[in-house]
Design a protein around this ligand. Structure first.
Ligand code: SF4
Length: 208
C-alpha cells in the first residue's frame, strides 16, 4: 500500500492542484500554496514553514476564529512556500484536518459513511435530545449549515437515514469533482451540525 506522502506526490505528479480554497503550484523552491482567489497577486505575505499553516488556518479575513476549517472563509493575502511533498502534506493537514487520509481511505474502500440518524442515536447527555430532530428539521438544518456558499465545502457522503437522502441541497454537494481537485469528504455529521440539531430541537436561535 502506498504511504500517504507517496499518494499525495502521485496526485501532484498527475496534475492535482486544488484542495478546498487552496491552490498548489510547483515553484523554484518546491511547492507554493495560496488562496485560490489570490492567483496572480504579487503583494502576498510570504510564509515558509508548515507551522505557519495552522496560524493561517485559524482566523478569517476579519480576524475571527474559524471553528470549522472546511468553511469557505479561508483568509487571503498569503503564500506558503514549502520544500517538499512531506511538508505540503503537513500544511494541508493543518488547513484541512484529516482530509488527505479520509480520501485515501475512501480510495481503498475503507471509508464507511455514517447516516445522520445513527450519529444522533449515539449522542448522550445534553445532545441526546437531538434524536427528536424531525426529518423536515434535519433537511432544513443541513441546507443551512452544510451549504457550500457560506456553510461548508465538504462533499456529503451520508444520508439522513437508509430510507431518506438529503434532498435540501443541490447535486454538486454530493459529487466528487475532477481529479485535479482533492476532495474534502464528510462521511459523518460533525459536532457543529449536531450542536445545531440541539438548538433546533430546543427552539433556540442559531447564534448564541
Ligand atoms: S456535517 Fe459535514 S458538510 Fe455539514 S458542516 Fe459539518 S463537516 Fe460540513
Amino acid at each position: 500500500m502506498m504511504d500517504t506522502n507517496a499518494a499525495l506526490a502521485d496526485w501532484l505528479d498527475k496534475g492535482g492542484r486544488q484542495i478546498g480554497q487552496i491552490t498548489i503550484a510547483k515553484s523554484a523552491d518546491g511547492w507554493e500554496l495560496r488562496h485560490i482567489d489570490d492567483v496572480g497577486r504579487e503583494d502576498l505575505c510570504l510564509y515558509t514553514i508548515t507551522a505557519d499553516a495552522r496560524q493561517l488556518a485559524n482566523l478569517d479575513d476579519a480576524g475571527a476564529y474559524r471553528a470549522l476549517k472546511t468553511a469557505p472563509n479561508l483568509r487571503h493575502g498569503w503564500r506558503l512556500v514549502l520544500p517538499d511533498v512531506a511538508t505540503v502534506h503537513s500544511a494541508l493537514d493543518a488547513f484541512y484536518p484529516a482530509m488527505i487520509g479520509v480520501q485515501l481511505a475512501r480510495e481503498r474502500g475503507e471509508l464507511t459513511p455514517v447516516n445522520l440518524r445513527d450519529t444522533l442515536a449515539r449522542q448522550t447527555g445534553m445532545y441526546r435530545v437531538t434524536q427528536k430532530l424531525t426529518d423536515e428539521q434535519a433537511q432544513s438544518l443541513i441546507a443551512d449549515s452544510c451549504r457550500c456558499d457560506g456553510g461548508c465545502l465538504k462533499i456529503i457522503l451520508w444520508r439522513i437515514s437508509e430510507e431518506l437522502p438529503v434532498n435540501s441541497l443541490p447535486a454538486e454537494k454530493f459529487t466528487v469533482r475532477g481529479q485535479n481537485e482533492w476532495p474534502l469528504l464528510c462521511h459523518e455529521a460533525c459536532n457543529i451540525l449536531v450542536a445545531g440539531a440541539r438548538k433546533v430541537v430546543k427552539g433556540e436561535p442559531k447564534e448564541g
